[in-house]
Ligand binder design. Structure first.
Ligand code: 1CP
Length: 382
């Protein structure tokens, strides 16, 4: 362990590692009943409680960088995979086990509830998602279908139940949804965007339509997330992936009240991670909107960002995903820098500043997880 980490480990008083690696491969027979995840390093870190080592998981930890995932995808389309609970659960559990990460995230996508709203969704090869009937006018908002979660998104809930039963009982399962702004951006742009010009134009020129759309998205998202909690997830991540394109005042007026409403309407007691990019200018406002954990992208310094949001909230992040394309020595050095910025304070969850890139070598990802465990205080016999 690095010297500065030893000094900074005053918070890590627990003598016993909460997670025994040797048990990782053994699937829990009665995981949900035993609920060992309650004492996991991940859940404790979400609550800013001291832990014996820094937990790590990675956004997009199940994805194209993983050979087993590519193998499955060679036979099954992406939407079909999301809608096959057994396969989605398999991918979820496989990623956690192969990487040795401290949390699993259910395999799904933030755009699934939009498809349920009847706008038509396709993941075109190489071009990203396409929404066939984008929202531009109040009439488009009025046309959005009411979503009965069980009927339209029951496959995600089923995947959660299966994944929970197959995961090691010590490993928490994270559920997720897109935050209202990021979902609205896909609905309005009709897919991925660069400048979010259509989204912002609607916001500025037709605020009533904007507010009506956000209200619809808050309603679907809160019911969807509460259903995920009921189905068995232990934490929630709210992805506001593209919210950093907004100025502070616009975030305050057009986004904050809605994100806050989602977070406050979620069943209490389940930690919420509130993530966005590139959000250095929005961190205090995101904190106001809520979340037990603020997700940081790689463009900000973790130490400064944490000071700004306050040490009574946990932080997650924030290694640049591109670092994983570099050689192992660089990966380790950069991981050490992130850990050094966290100073061993209670409430740091190690992650990337955004998702794992598809062209990342699997071995590098695995090496990162091992390095974080080693540098972040996991004893070698654990
Ligand atoms: O196999 C493939 O080619 C599909 C690639 C892929 C994958 C693996 C997509 C398409 N989605 C996913 C899974 C996914 N998406 C997960 C699974 C769990 C895990 O992390 O392991 C999660 C959490 C998401 C969330 C998601 N989807 C976000 C938020 C996270 C982020 O990256 O900011 C977003 C923006 C999406 C939209 C999306 N899904 C897929 C694509 C190509 C896109 C568009 C991205 C863009 O607009 O740039």
């Amino acid at each position: 362990m690095l010297g500065w980490l030893t000094v900074a480990c005053w918070t890590r008083k627990l003598p016993e590692p909460e997670f025994d690696k040797s048990k990782n491969a053994t699937k829990a027979v009665s995981g949900s009943q035993r609920a060992l995840w309650r004492d996991s390093v991940f859940i404790k870190a979400c609550k800013c409680q001291p832990v014996s080592y820094t937990p790590v998981w990675l956004m997009r930890q199940a994805g194209r960088f993983m050979p087993e995932y590519r193998h499955i995808r060679a036979k099954v389309g992406f939407l079909e995979l999301c809608k096959s609970p057994d396969l989605a659960a398999e991918v979820t559990v496989m990623a956690q086990e192969k990487l040795g990460v401290d949390a699993a995230i259910i395999f799904a996508d933030i755009l699934l509830p939009l498809e349920a709203m009847g706008v038509g969704l396709e993941y075109a090869k190489g071009d990203g998602p396409v929404i066939f009937n984008p929202v531009h006018l109040p009439a488009d908002v009025a046309r959005l279908a009411h979503v009965e979660i069980e009927d339209s998104l029951g496959f995600v809930l089923k995947a959660i139940t299966i994944a929970r039963s197959q995961l090691n009982a010590r490993i928490p399962l994270i559920g997720f949804a897109g935050a209202p702004f990021t979902l609205a951006s896909y609905l309005i742009e009709g897919g991925s965007a660069r400048h979010f010009d259509k989204t912002k134009s609607l916001m500025y020129t037709n605020p009533e339509c904007w507010h009506a759309l956000m209200e619809r998205l808050v309603d679907v998202t809160t019911r969807y997330l509460n259903a995920q909690i009921a189905a068995g997830v232990q934490a929630i991540q709210l992805f506001d992936s593209w919210v950093g394109c907004l100025a502070q005042e616009d975030y305050k007026e057009f986004v904050l009240p809605y994100t806050k409403q989602v977070i406050t309407t979620l069943n209490q007691g389940v930690p919420v991670i509130h993530f966005g990019t590139p959000t250095a200018h929005l961190l205090e406002l995101m904190r106001q909107a809520g979340g037990d954990v603020i997700g940081l992208d790689w463009r900000c310094n973790l130490d400064e960002a944490w000071r700004r949001v306050g040490y009574d909230v946990a932080v997650q992040g924030n290694l640049d995903p591109v670092v994983l394309l570099a050689e192992p020595a660089v990966i380790k050095k950069q991981a050490a820098r992130v850990l050094q910025q966290a100073q061993g304070r209670p409430g740091h969850i190690f992650n990337l500043g955004h998702g794992v890139l598809p062209n990342t070598p699997f071995d590098h990802v695995r090496f990162l997880v091992e390095s974080v465990h080693e540098l972040g205080g996991q004893s070698s016999d654990a």
